[in-house]
Design a protein around this ligand. Structure first.
Ligand code: PLP
Length: 502
């Protein structure tokens, strides 16, 4: 209820929020206002504006968790005022972090003796985890080069060009050259052979992705490991592997337990995973684990004691909320291996269902793989109606769905695709509705171009219509090119690759 000002308090209408003056004054946008406003007015105004943000559950663009059990919501809300970094004050929370690290490292087959603490830590997400892992590789490589009396000023990392933008950030922020293996049409992950060829004496690690952001496909870490073992033998370099398992780290152990991608492979020295993706926790938690203590240089760990006790920290940020770590521990013990497996199986089943329906329309090429992260990535086979994937994405918004359209990474940028991330809370019913809405959009397109529907095209295509089709194709190309140029003009410095997808 609004607290009216003294002048207003006589008027009973002012006790109604929507009769108050706060509902008709514009909100400050650039300067902090001079005067306070009542708390319920502030709540109402902000809450109402946020209604326009859309429904996170229908946001199929994101891997990030949008639903948790109410019991866990309760636990997380009750810890919302805890700063994780105050380990001395919150020793139980610190212990929960360590338990999570232990469980995740063992899930990834780290060689840790029973009862021993695994090496790793919680982060804000995979991006921070990757910065830390990258720094550890850089420092280890530099130390080795210094000891050998060799130059150590030109470190590089070998990745596929399909890496998420956080790898480019790491490279730029920490001055490491990113050597990218380019994609090609029909092959949308890093080719391990080319990666191994690109490795040189300055390579601090090769990054393999378990679950490409673009189409969910797993990279062949085993083949990369075997090729590098051979190359290391020949050169004496000992180039290690980091696995970016941001989304696949909580998929592969449950759905593909025999797939060797983790610490079972000798050159895999560190792995990151997003707790807030298939780890099933709301946004704000990631994990990085190292194979052993020797893989994390001691000089990168800070020991802070001004809060009352010795606190080892290896993070980029100091303060952060404790809720997400508590949420992760809840999920690990509440679901156990059995629960995660059942959830991931459901995700895969629903992804398969959607894939089948899209294939049946005959209009799409499926770019995701059956073995991989449960995403459905697809592109239009035929753009001769003059419509493209961006338009499908736009039209789906009318139904409330957020399905991003984007271009594939270099050198396959000419491939446009749409991606649906199948999360835990995307049930069969929602999958059916989405499939139906996609079909409706296709029908809408066809209704706009009745002359060139599939059947007619096959039976009677006149010269004029052929010309129309050529023109439509040209127009579609132009529209796409104009859109690309528009994006480039708006973001001149952007590397036109991972915009809008995470
Ligand atoms: C393969 C990959 N690595 C890293 C990231 C960054 O993860 P986060 O959002 O947890 O920082 C993503 C995000 O989607 C990703 O797909």
């Amino acid at each position: 209820m609004v607290l009216p000002t003294a002048a207003e308090s006589d008027n009973p209408a002012n006790s109604c929020m929507f009769a108050s003056r706060y509902m008709q004054s514009p909100l400050p946008r650039f300067r902090m206002p001079e005067k306070s406003i009542p708390k319920d007015a502030a709540y109402q105004i902000i809450n109402d504006e946020l209604m326009l943000d859309g429904n996170p559950r229908l946001n199929l663009a994101s891997f990030v968790t949008t639903w948790m059990e109410p019991e866990c919501d309760k636990l997380m809300m009750s810890a919302v005022n805890k700063n994780y970094v105050d380990m001395d004050e919150y020793p139980v929370t610190t212990d929960l972090q360590n338990r999570c690290v232990n469980m995740i490292a063992r899930l990834f087959h780290a060689e840790v003796e029973d009862g021993d603490q695994a090496v790793g830590c919680a982060t804000v997400g995979s991006s921070e985890a990757i910065m830390l892992a990258g720094l550890a590789f850089k420092r280890k490589w530099q130390n080795k080069r210094k000891a050998q009396g060799k130059p150590y000023d030109k470190p590089n990392i070998v990745t596929g060009s399909n890496v998420q933008v956080c790898w480019e950030k790491f490279a730029r922020y920490f001055e490491v050259e990113l050597k990218e293996v380019k994609l090609r049409e029909g092959y949308y992950v890093m080719d391990p052979k080319k990666a191994a060829e690109m490795v040189d004496e300055n390579t601090i690690c090769v990054c393999a992705i378990l679950g490409s952001t673009y189409n969910g496909e797993f990279e062949d870490v085993k083949m990369l490991n075997d090729l590098l073992v051979q190359k290391n033998k020949e050169t004496g370099w000992n180039t290690p592997i980091h696995v970016d398992a941001a989304s696949g780290g909580f998929i592969a152990p449950f759905l593909y337990p025999d797939l060797e991608w983790d610490f079972r492979l000798p050159l895999v020295r560190s792995i990151n995973v997003s707790g807030h993706k298939y780890g099933l926790v709301y946004a704000g938690v990631g994990w990085v684990v190292w194979r052993s203590k020797q893989d994390l240089p001691e000089e990168l760990i800070f020991h802070i004691n001004y809060l009352g006790a010795d606190q080892p920290t290896f993070t980029l940020n100091f303060s952060k909320g404790a809720s997400q770590i508590i949420g992760q521990y809840y999920q690990l013990i509440r679901l156990g291996f059995e629960g995660y497996k059942l959830i991931m199986e459901n995700c895969r089943t629903n992804a398969r269902y959607l894939t089948e329906i899209l294939e049946k329309t005959g209009r799409f090429t499926i770019l995701s793989k059956d073995v991989g992260v449960p995403v459905v990535a697809f592109s239009l086979k035929d753009k001769s109606l003059g419509h493209d994937e961006y338009e499908i994405s736009d039209h789906l918004r009318k139904f409330g769905w957020v399905v991003p359209a984007y271009t594939m990474a270099p050198d396959a940028q000419h491939v446009l695709l749409l991606r649906v991330v199948v999360r835990e809370d995307f049930s069969r019913t929602l999958a059916e509705r989405l499939a139906h809405n996609i079909e409706e959009v296709l029908h809408e397109f066809e209704a706009l171009h009745p002359k060139i529907t599939k059947v007619v095209k096959e039976i009677l295509v006149t010269e004029d219509e052929k010309n129309d089709q050529v023109e439509a194709k040209e127009n579609s190309k132009k529209t796409h090119e104009n859109r690309r140029r528009g994006r480039q003009a708006r973001h001149p410095d952007s590397v036109d690759k991972t915009k809008g997808i995470c």
